[in-house]
Design a protein around this ligand. Sequence first.
Ligand SMILES: [Zn+2]
Length: 81
Amino acid sequence: MVREFPRVRGDAAENGALMPPKNPTVRQSDADETLKCGDCGLSFVFTRGEQAFFEEMGFKRPRRCRECRQALRELARPRVS
Ligand SMILES: [Zn+2]
């Protein structure tokens, strides 16, 4: 399996040399992917940052858009009121 993006955690990140900028405008939009939600059928953006996060966590690519994922999450974990 080929990892196309470098990991930012580790020595470099700890040294503060390669800390990724928090500013979202710096995001490399050309690395973003547009995926289609398997639930509602809408296309949604799977950003480079999300890709890195999913890879880091060992998750597969999402099949649902953020809203559908959030809806599922709320179903799975009812609010405590
Ligand atoms: Zn959806």
